[in-house]
Design a protein around this ligand. Sequence first.
Ligand code: BEZ
Ligand code: FE
Length: 287
Amino acid sequence: MSEENRSRVDEITDRVIESFDNCPSDRLTTILKALTYHLHQFAKEVSLTTEEWMAGIDFLMATGKISNDKRNEFILLSDLLGLSSLQVAINERADEATESTVLGPFFVEGSREFENGDDISQGASGESTFVSIKITDAEGEAMGGVTVDVWGADADGFYDVQYPGDKLFNRGRFVSDAEGRVFFWSILPVAYPVPSDGPGGALLKATSRCNMRPAHLHFALVKNGFSQVVTHLFVDGDPYLGRDAVFGERDSLICQFLEVAGDPEADDAKLRTNHYEIEHSFRMARG
Ligand code: BEZ
Ligand code: FE
C-alpha cells in the first residue's frame, strides 16, 4: 500500500469511530467503536479484495435467507467460529459454578414438565439411559426448586425440532427436589453432525473442518438469585472429543455413561433390561 493510501485508510477508520461520539449510550458507543476498529483492522490485515468482500456479503445474504423461526444460521456461524464458546467463557462463573457451554440452536422455550423418575425419551430411538443429577450451591448445600431443562438428540443424531411436523421427544423440564436431585430416563447421546446444508456447512466443507459434535446431553439450570448454568454432559470415550465443530467441550463435563446389565429381579421394567446410567452433580453460583 502506498503512503498516501495508508493515510487515507487510517483516516476512514478514525472518521467512522468518531461518528459514534454522540451516541447517548456509553455501552453501545464502546461496542460500535471497538467493532469498527477490529473490522477495519481485519480488512487491512488481509488486504480485502472487492471479490472477497462481495463473497462475504453473498455469504451473509445466504445465511439470512436460510434462517427462519426454527433455524438460526447466524447462531450456527457464531458457534462454528467459536464466538459462542468465547462469549460463554467470558461471562461464566467457573470458579463457583459448573462450567458452561453453548446453548446451541435446539433449545425450546416452555418445554413439557416431567416429574423425577419419568422417561423423557417419549419413543425416541436410542439406548435407555438413567440420568441422575444432584444440584448444589458453591458451598455444597443441596438446592431444591431449581428449574432444569434437558434436551438431546435421538440415536440418528437428530433433535425433535429437526423433523417435519410437531415431533416432541427427549426434552423436558424438571424442578429439583429438596435434596437438589433431578433423575429421569433418557437415551444414550450419540455424536451427530451440525446442520450442514447451509452456509455454515459450506464453510466447514471449504476449510476441510470436522462437522461433528461429540455425544452430549444439554442442560439449562435456572433459579432466582443464582447465575443461570447452560451446559452439557459429554460421553467419555466419544471419538469426536477434542474435535467439537463448535468448540463447546470442556474436560470437567466429560462423564462416564456406565453400561449396566439388566436385573431380572428389579421392579421397574427398564431396570430389568440392559441400560446405561450416569450420575453427575452441578453447582450454581449466587448472583
Ligand atoms: C447442539 O449441540 O445442539 C448444537 C450446538 C451448536 C451448533 C449445532 C448444534
Ligand atoms: Fe446438541
